[in-house]
Design a protein around this ligand. Structure first.
Ligand code: TXA
Ligand code: MG
Length: 346
């Protein structure tokens, strides 16, 4: 398949380009597009064949449901049975933005989108290009992250090209995704609501809107596949990823030991570090995620750095565990999954 790559400048959008990409969606094609979190691979929510092609292009298991991207609360009403007051409050506060709400779906939403569930995940992305695309298409656009299944999510169009060129109709290139990790997924069909996937919108942000301190956090619900995506290995670079946890000095010592051990075995290793620690390692393959006091920066760089190690053909990546406060919860959730819970405590 020929993949068309369309460059769009966010501060000077040429509308006919969006119109064209939307026409591809309307005609049953699949289009990768930017959002503020990561790039998505979109199809019309009402076109079962196109949605099937999204699953095929990614190699995504059919039991992992998709997120519907909308441009307005009005559009939500076309795909869910009811917007509960708690959902309404959260939409007012955090939309457009990185918060996905699970709601009961209408019969008009095909089961292929929800992977057979009676619920549908919905969010309004905070990206002008995404919003214009949805508006122009005139329908909610279902989109998983635009990576090959199991790979780190794409934060640039180049990442999408690396994974999906030749498998999708159009890739819109509108620069880097600002946030860099996927949206918080919140199930509002149950009381209290439960976080199924942590993201930039935190438990405390949600609790204060819901006006209760009972916003449960079910981070790793492998046994309850409420968020079916949780049960698969995810976000993985080609290299093995090993998390080293402990006091910073002990972590550095341990990683240097492991580097030496691997060197004698001829294994190519790399270190995912932070600006504060990057000069402490005896390796030429150290990549910093950024300032360890700036969680937003670490999140924005995470998937890009994991993909960078692949380009350098690294076999094993040692990563420092990061602080599990605020967005750190979401970052570590991705690292745990990417490593297959391969953790060394020092
Ligand atoms: O930021 C994001 O959320 C990005 C951008 C493109 O919007 N999208 C994204 O989609 O990360 P995806 O498909 O990679 O992840 C969606 C997650 C999966 O873990 C999936 O299992 C869960 O949301 N999910 C979707 N629908 C659900 C439902 N009805 N019930 C429970 N979990 C659901
Ligand atoms: Mg994904």
């Amino acid at each position: 398949m020929h993949t068309e790559i369309i460059k769009i400048k966010v501060n000077n959008i040429e509308h006919q380009k969006i119109k064209y990409a939307a026409s591809v969606i309307k005609e049953g094609g699949i289009v990768a597009f930017p959002t503020e979190t990561v790039y998505g691979l979109g199809a019309s929510i009402f076109n079962e064949k196109a949605i099937k092609n999204v699953f095929l292009a990614k190699g995504r298991p059919a039991d992992n449901p998709l997120i519907a991207h909308v441009d307005s609360v009005e559009q939500v009403k076309t795909i869910v049975t009811e917007i509960l007051p708690v959902a309404s409050k959260l939409m007012q506060k955090y939309w457009p933005g990185p918060l996905t709400l699970i709601m009961e779906k209408r019969n008009t939403v095909p089961y292929i989108a929800s992977a057979g569930l009676e619920t549908i995940a919905v969010r309004m992305p905070n990206s002008i290009v995404a919003l214009e695309l949805i508006r122009e298409a005139g329908v909610p656009i279902v989109a998983p992250s635009a990576n090959s299944s199991g790979r780190p999510s794409p934060t640039t169009a180049q990442h999408v090209i690396d994974d999906l060129k030749g498998k999708v109709d159009v890739i819109i290139d509108a620069g880097s995704a600002k946030i860099g990790i996927e949206s918080t997924v919140l199930d509002v069909t149950i009381t209290p609501p439960a976080i199924l996937r942590p993201g930039l919108i935190l438990q405390e942000d949600i609790s204060c809107v819901v006006n209760t301190n009972k916003c449960e956090q079910r981070l790793i619900s492998e046994d309850i596949p409420k968020c079916p995506g949780m049960k698969y290995k995810h976000y993985s670079p080609k290299a093995d990823l090993i998390i080293i946890k402990g006091y910073t000095n002990d972590v550095i010592t341990k990683i240097n030991e492991l580097l030496l051990e691997n060197q004698t075995k001829g294994i190519r290793s790399g270190v995912m570090a932070t600006d504060q620690t990057k000069n402490e390692y005896k390796s030429s393959n150290v990549i910093s995620l950024g300032d360890r006091n700036n969680m937003a920066e670490l999140a924005a760089n995470l998937f890009k750095v994991l993909r960078e190690f692949d380009k350098q053909k690294i076999d094993v990546i040692f990563t420092e565990a990061l602080n599990e406060n605020g967005v750190g919860v979401a970052i570590m959730n991705r690292l745990y999954k990417a490593s297959g819970y391969n953790i060394i405590n020092v």
